[in-house]
Design a protein around this ligand. Structure first.
Ligand SMILES: [Zn+2]
Length: 74
């Protein structure tokens, strides 16, 4: 409560409004009332998810199963 949208960043700090840094673009964004936190926007949130999906989960393609799966795959 008490976080006004027209406030500047330094005013946010002065009022004790929580500001977080968007992990994607590094911009400061209000923590309160932000559905995409800690991201600044839906776009940044989507980008981060893609980033994780492409670089985090699948590194250099799908890692081969070590013979634990004998199911014929196409
Ligand atoms: Zn951002």
């Amino acid at each position: 409560m008490g976080c006004r949208s027209h406030m500047d960043n330094h005013e946010h700090r002065a009022l004790g409004c929580r500001m977080v840094r968007c992990p994607t673009c590094g911009r400061g964004t209000p923590f309160e009332g932000n559905p995409y936190r800690p991201f600044c926007s839906r776009g940044c949130k989507g980008l981060d998810l893609i980033h994780w999906a492409t670089e985090g989960y699948r590194i250099e393609g799908t890692p081969p199963e070590d013979g634990t799966d004998n199911e014929p795959d196409e």
